[in-house]
Design a protein around this ligand. Structure first.
Ligand code: 16G
Ligand code: ZN
Length: 533
């Protein structure tokens, strides 16, 4: 039933490199852009099958390698509600990507169609986009060959951010229904966010200009357009916007650089006034890091944990002020990387759950709350309002003007926040709303709690698969005996905590340690312990 002749002709033009193994991991396929031609073609076909399986609903395809080096690229699929691809299909993607020849690829397609019962006569629809990487256009052409080979109705969303692509997928699939997520265009996205932002800050003092480090990536385009829609409701100063200069994407700038080096992008040093708020996006604008310099030029970083603390406390207050605290429960989801001080701060105020690293784990856990706030320390996160909570907000009749104001703020937050996935620009506006409402500068925000000093290092080991974890990656079950030795070390330090986990994106294990004193968190013992076991 599949158009095997056409598929074969196209597939022959996109042979798989024989010496490569591809894996659909936490962030889709991601590796050196120059090796991804066959993967793109096959993902194009797979996206079509996924759509057919879901009765012609639109599937998203994003071509990006996010914060990774410029020569890397990648691709991931987005399910109809704007969420990450369902986990069971990650395996199908990996199988298709690794078929050695066209014949094997066609056999694997046939097997997939039978295994998951795809009615191939159903329509297939996709929407796709890419970031600013120079390898993008050729990879998108390979992807489009996949669409043509299966006769897929494909809509090109051009060069845009990952969260905007997620927004479009949801907007397209809810168009004309009572659950409509907004106009299914980039302008629709800017309108929705800026409109909600303006309502939320109406009557408040205009904030000081905010500096945005766009990582020389696609976030620069989106931030510039968003700024037009925001007008003078918030002055934005865009930096690192050289999207067509080779070699500068994510280079000494961007959210990942700031988080991992705990430093200001060097080229912003002379651009920030003491106390001025600034933030960094990553290469596809789904991660956000805030920071400021004090009078002496000392750098203070406000990461995903600080954003979670700020936002969760604000939402809890609004729910109480709206008189809904007995009906709407707010909860937070974090990972093992969350600073212990943030977990303590949040746990004293609301339920906190810890899950394994990776957005899909956080997102799904957050769906179990009426309002679920999730952020990774690295700056990826969002807030989810359950469908019943959104209905409750729409129907609730406030009994005082104060309740009515809080209720309207909550409703506007559901519009401001990109609930499909972490979105640096939407999160940035959310942070700005809270800072404005609380009249906080970075200093007050930072003082919600004091970060425990911490270190994160990567260690190359002969086999990272030997490292298996439990308890949301906070404890090792193998190699045998290693966890006991970590426990012994941790006990020596006040407020000490440490864990070791295999990376899902690199061939290394990561070692995290925190303690109440910097010198103790820095303890040199860990890599040594791992290296010798
Ligand atoms: C990916 C994940 C991110 C996670 C990171 C961990 C998504 C979309 N992205 O970038 O959430 O923090 O991997 O990388 O899920 P690691 O396993 O190499 O430490
Ligand atoms: Zn990213």
């Amino acid at each position: 039933k599949l158009p095997f002749q056409t598929l074969k002709a196209f597939s022959d033009a996109h042979p798989k490199p024989s010496n490569r193994h591809f894996q659909y991991g936490t962030a889709g396929f991601r590796t050196l852009g120059s090796t991804l031609d066959s993967v793109m073609f096959r993902v194009g076909v797979l996206a079509g099958l996924r759509s057919k399986r879901l009765d012609g609903k639109t599937i998203g395809v994003m071509v990006t390698a996010s914060h990774n080096p410029e020569q890397d690229n990648g691709v991931k699929l987005v399910d109809p509600r704007g969420e990450m691809l369902e986990a069971s299909w990650e395996g199908h993607a990996t199988v298709l990507a690794n078929a050695a020849t066209t014949d094997e690829f066609l056999t694997a397609l046939d097997a997939l169609v039978k295994a998951v019962k795809i009615d191939v006569s159903k329509p297939a629809r996709v929407v796709y986009a890419r970031d600013t990487r120079s390898s993008g256009p050729a990879l998108v052409a390979a992807l489009e060959d996949g669409f043509k080979a299966l006769g897929i109705e494909a809509r090109d969303a051009g060069v845009t951010t990952t969260p905007i692509l997620h927004y479009l997928v949801k907007a397209i699939n809810t168009k004309g229904t009572p659950e409509s997520y907004g106009e299914d265009s980039e302008d629709g996205y800017y309108k929705k966010l800026s409109g909600a932002f303006k309502k939320l800050v109406a009557g408040k003092t205009e904030p000081e200009p905010l500096v945005i480090d766009c990582a020389n990536g696609v976030g620069a385009h989106a931030a510039a357009k968003l700024a037009e829609y925001l007008g003078n409701s918030i002055p934005l100063v865009l930096e690192n916007i050289a999207t067509s200069t080779p070699g500068v994407l994510n280079e000494s700038c961007g959210a990942d650089y700031v988080k991992t080096t705990q430093r200001l992008p060097p080229n912003l040093v002379d651009k920030l006034k003491p106390g001025q708020r600034a933030c960094s996006l990553d290469g596809d604008a789904d991660r956000l890091m805030y920071y400021y310099l004090d009078e002496r030029g000392h750098f203070y970083m406000l990461d995903g944990d600080k954003i979670a603390a700020l936002v969760a406390a604000f939402i809890v207050d609004l729910v109480r002020l709206a008189g809904l605290d007995s009906e709407i429960k707010v909860g937070v989801v974090q990972t093992a990387y969350a600073n212990g001080a943030s977990t303590k701060y949040l746990s004293e105020r609301l339920p906190v759950k810890c899950v394994p690293t990776g957005v899909k784990h956080l997102h799904h856990a957050a769906e179990h709350y009426n309002i679920g706030v999730y952020f990774e320390a690295n700056g990826h996160g969002t807030v989810l309002f359950s469908p019943t909570t959104q209905e409750k907000l729409a129907k609730h009749e406030p009994s005082t003007p104060a309740q009515s104001t809080a209720l309207n703020h909550l409703i506007n937050l559901t519009q401001l926040i990109n609930q499909t996935v972490g979105d640096a620009l939407s999160d940035m506006l959310l942070v700005e709303v809270v800072l404005t409402h609380k009249s906080y500068s970075g200093v007050e925000w930072n003082s919600l709690y004091a970060d425990l000093p911490n270190r994160l290092v990567k260690v190359v080991v002969s086999d990272r698969n030997a490292f298996r974890t439990e308890d949301a990656e906070r404890r090792l079950v193998s190699p045998h005996g290693l966890q006991t030795r970590i426990d012994e070390l941790v006990r020596r330090y006040g407020g000490g905590r440490s864990f070791v986990r295999p990376s899902g994106t690199e061939d290394v294990v990561r070692v995290y340690a925190e303690a109440s004193v910097r010198s103790q968190a820095d303890g040199k013992d860990y890599p040594h312990v791992i290296g010798t076991s």
